[in-house]
Design a protein around this ligand. Structure first.
Ligand code: UT7
Length: 321
């Protein structure tokens, strides 16, 4: 028995924020942003395009790709750190929007690594027989969590949702999953929950996302280099048998460094950062969906998914698509 991806989908808001738009908002330049990050533009969610709304749209496309009805799904997991409510969870709202009742539904909070964590939970639910078909959604609106006057973060984040359906299968499948964290580095990347009256609140600082970019960069490059090799070893394949890398889209220089460690040609790496920016938990499923819909990733390919984010947390999955 294996768990295997049955279908994928994605959703991006229609509003585009280009580097030229950002030049009007903060002291920055298209040249700086492209050279340091690889980002040219990102999408910005409207008020109506909530985490749940975008997740529903991405899920509909994944269901269509898998030739399944919503009623076939027996668990919904949403990776997010920017949904509207603590409860009902975004997963419950997505289930409601898809018209599914009597379903396991919950959110996973692991920042930009959320999809890897959600994938691992879904895989294990299938392997222990708790569910047969799990809808995994990564959906975030972190552009709205950034201080619009802070050039170190506002240039990075975009909004979107990606989805995939993982199902029980006799064919492989998920070959390996790995998760880890370094909680001692939590202060490097932080997003406070909004302050509420009469509630204990951790600090009186800025309500916006804070990132010590260079430190996070160094951790990401170091951790991911180790993670990808360990995941390949765990999967029992040779590095040269890897067909594609679907990395978290945080910085083009991090993506290129990880590809170099794996001796992969950039044509074997799915890159969306130029058009999406960093969409947090949505970045890996959106890139995976794009790679599949473009016909680049094909059935039978060995594909390594990896992500890294605030916590610090990181995770990977090596799949045979
Ligand atoms: O998804 C979660 C995980 N996140 C990541 O993995 C992100 C990791 N970090 C990064 O991607 C990079 O560190 C950044 C893109 C955030 C920053 O790039 P950097 O090469 O580390 O730049 P820096 O922070 O060292 O800044 C270099 C210079 C500074 O000026 P001085 O002190 O050298 O005069 C900054 O003030 O660039 C300046 N700077 C900017 N200049 C123009 C910082 N942001 C900007 C900007 N436009 N937007």
């Amino acid at each position: 028995m294996f768990s295997r991806i049955l279908g994928t989908g994605g959703y991006l808001p229609s509003q585009v924020r280009t580097n030229a738009d950002l030049e009007q908002m903060v002291e920055t330049s298209d040249t700086w942003i492209v050279e340091r990050t690889g980002i040219h533009e990102r999408r910005i969610a409207s008020k109506e395009e909530t985490v749940a709304f975008m997740g529903i749209e991405a899920a509909k496309k994944a269901l269509e790709a898998a030739s399944l009805n919503a009623s076939d799904i027996d668990a919904v997991i949403c990776a997010t750190t920017s949904s509207q409510n603590a409860f009902p969870s975004a997963a419950c709202e997505i289930a409601l929007g898809l018209g599914i009742g009597n379903v396991i539904a919950f959110d996973v909070a692991a920042a930009c690594a959320g999809f890897s964590y959600a994938y691992s939970v879904a895989h294990n639910m299938i392997m222990c027989g708790q569910a047969k078909k799990v809808l995994i959604v990564g959906s975030d609106t972190l552009s709205h969590a950034c201080d619009p006057t802070d050039r170190t973060t506002i240039i990075l984040f975009g909004d979107g949702a990606g989805a995939c359906i993982l199902g029980a299968s006799e064919e492989p499948g998920t070959l390996a999953v790995k998760l880890s964290s370094d909680p001692s580095c939590g202060e490097l990347l932080r997003l406070p929950v909004p302050k509420r009256p009469n509630c204990a609140s951790p600090d009186d600082g800025s309500p916006y996302l804070y990132m010590k970019g260079t430190d996070v960069f160094v951790h990401a490059v170091t951790v991911l280099a180790k993670l990808v090799h360990e995941t390949i070893e765990l999967a029992g394949i040779k590095p040269e048998e890897l067909n594609f890398l679907v990395p978290h889209q945080a910085n083009m220089r991090i993506i290129a460094a990880t590809a170099r460690k794996l001796k992969l040609d950039m044509s074997q790496v799915i890159v969306t950062i130029d058009k999406h920016g960093n969409t947090s938990a949505a970045s890996v499923p959106l890139a995976l969906d794009e790679g599949i819909r473009q016909g680049r990733i094909k059935r039978g390919d060995n594909v390594l998914l990896e992500s890294f984010g605030g916590g610090l947390v990181w995770g990977s999955a090596l799949i045979r698509y």
